[in-house]
Design a protein around this ligand. Sequence first.
Ligand code: FAD
Length: 330
Amino acid sequence: HAVADGLGAVDRPTVSFELFPPRNPDAAPRLWATVQELAAARPDFVSVTYGASGSTRTTTRQLVRRLLRETSLTPIAHLTCVAASADDLARTVEEFLDEGVRSFLALRGDPPADGSWAPHPEGLPTASALVALLRDVERRRCASSPAQAVRAATRPLSVAVAAFPRGNAGSGSSREQDVAALLAKQQAGADFAITQVFYDVADYCELVALARDAGVTIPVVPGIIPTTDPARLRRVAQLTGVPVPQRVLDVLDAFDADEPADVARRHRAGTRMGVDLVNGVLDGGAPGVHLYTFNTHGPALDLLDGAGLGGDAPRAHSRVTPAAPDLLTV
Ligand code: FAD
């Protein structure tokens, strides 16, 4: 089934995870163990990020392919406009489709760390142009092959896009511009949006309200980072430009990072803050939650359990550290 069909159309919130491809061969077995653990929560989909270099793009493809072949999970392949001509992008999309991938997250991609965004000379300028290209490739394939058209009717293409509750820091655009961009993505054929990280329910609700006023009707799934590891949150703030609220850091920094028992308590306190955020956005009408896992299952699964979204599979073991059995009761 198409991913978008499950969003807002069922009587339970959707649950999904973001993974990145393993950064080196040693990380691959660990990631796969994480995938097995995350699968127990029966996610509606699992998205796989796409890097700027050729090698990380290859590992994205490998992970998406493995998820398709060896699990019952639905992978969403992220795709960006960076360093590729429109022809390159069309070829990449064709290859994904040939492998059976039916779900994409279409992004413009980040500008290089040292500069501002400039499209490839024969490339695409925005995510909405990439959405249009995805739809176009699919239309051409269906027009050229009746078998393809039949397959597409049973498994329609699903295209997700990004949305920004705290603004799109990388491009310095205003909230109005970001809402206009979201509307353009919908008009180009996006089925749903996933948000950048944020820490306040109001940020999500305000974005959705503004988007609805502007004519955006597609589901907007909040992207949530488990708030258990302050060092990670600080790194993400640098990368995304989304500041971590002092109230969150005050809670997490009060614990001693060198004391295992304290780390366990910090995990529990952080999970509680995450549960409040998840419950808040669901109360505010969110169709589900997309968790930024950073390829670690413990914080994501504990967050889902705390919010009552953990699925019914029994847990193999404590997800954090064997020394912290009390984590099972968040
Ligand atoms: P766009 O929608 O093209 O927007 C870029 C800029 O152009 C914005 O300022 C926007 O306001 C403006 N704009 C575009 N269209 C219009 C319009 N019609 N009217 C007015 N303004 C417009 N990056 C990666 O490299 N790899 C990944 O795997 C990846 N995954 C991500 C997953 C999620 C859920 C999110 C939220 C982000 C992810 N990113 C990823 C980061 C993303 O590529 C950057 O945030 C990028 O700077 C913006 O991408 P976009 O798709 O929103 O771009």
